[in-house]
Ligand binder design. Structure first.
Ligand code: HPA
Length: 285
């Protein structure tokens, strides 16, 4: 039987992470941040205080060069934040449990609010490339779930409610903050696919007809996992390319990374401004 709720492995990984973080492990980390493709610089230079994925038991190590691959305990805008720089994907052959290791470890370190970031293709024809996108809802088209197998009740319920996954209050706050900072912020539904192949024109038409505004190969499983754990979730994509079914253009991974790096500055400004409110679970706008 497949079991994606790998309690023992998460505990083992947590133990090693705490030991490696030393004094830093005594702090409570209210906020977790996962940085996707091309977004490594959003949290600044963290390499010094980082624990590489490869040093942590059961933590998957990506072979994608655009993903640095470490966990770091830091302070941003005065808030203790656990940063996961880089992630693994289903298309690399990793399981949903491996992909969600970071989220479950963050939960064990006290994280109650998770920010996921990624690079995505725009499906909505009104969107512009290089802009940021606020994920308001998601469609998991990967065909798998990190909750498969025996449910670990201490993590969450067997059938988690998904009627509001991306926290409404935090989304409003993100929109207001973006306006104040003069940052354009698109919003809508993110479609998560398995990959690694990009979409054909017919698939693009289908995903748009299903209600998707942006599409990518990450974050939907992390989000399901975080929701199961009862976390508040906020999600941002960098719109790195635009997929119009009637005039598809070729997309190269180098262009996706470059676009994401261009949007990273705005994402950093937005996050640094939002962080104090993210840390306070009871803050209202
Ligand atoms: N499709 C899927 N994943 C992506 C894309 C895309 O167009 N752009 C960045 N990640």
């Amino acid at each position: 039987m497949q079991n994606m709720q790998n309690v023992d492995q998460v505990e083992e990984c947590l133990g090693v992470l705490r030991a490696k973080l030393g004094f830093a492990a005594e702090t409570q980390y209210p906020v977790g941040l996962i940085l996707g493709t091309g977004l490594g610089q959003v949290a600044g230079d963290l390499e010094q205080s980082a624990v590489a994925f490869s040093e942590l038991p059961h933590f998957p190590v990506s072979r994608a060069s655009s993903h640095a691959g470490f966990l770091a305990a830091t302070r941003l805008s005065g808030v203790p934040v656990l940063v996961q720089s880089g992630r693994c994907h289903l298309f690399e052959g990793f399981s949903p449990a491996e992909i969600c290791m970071g989220v479950r470890v963050m939960h064990g370190m006290g994280v109650h609010t998770l920010v996921v970031t990624n690079a995505a293709g725009a499906l909505n024809p009104d969107f512009e490339v290089d802009r940021l996108f606020l994920i308001c809802d998601q469609i998991n088209l990967t065909g798998v779930s990190p909750l498969t197998g025996i449910n670990h009740e201490a993590w969450g319920v067997r059938f988690p409610d998904m009627s509001q996954v991306f926290d409404c209050h935090l989304r409003t706050l993100a929109q207001k903050t973006a306006i104040n900072l003069g940052i354009a912020l698109e919003r809508g539904t993110y479609v998560g696919i398995h990959g690694p192949e990009l979409e054909t024109p017919a698939e693009t038409r289908l995903y748009r007809a299903l209600g998707g505004d942006a599409i990518g190969m990450s974050s939907v499983l992390e989000v399901i996992c975080a929701k199961h754990l009862g976390m508040r979730i906020l999600g941002f994509s960098c719109l790195t390319n635009k997929n119009l079914p009637d005039c598809m253009v070729e997309v190269a991974i180098e262009d996706i990374i470059a676009s994401s790096q261009r949007a990273a500055k705005d994402l950093a400004r937005l996050l640094l401004s939002l962080l104090p409110d993210l840390a306070d679970k009871l803050a209202k706008d």
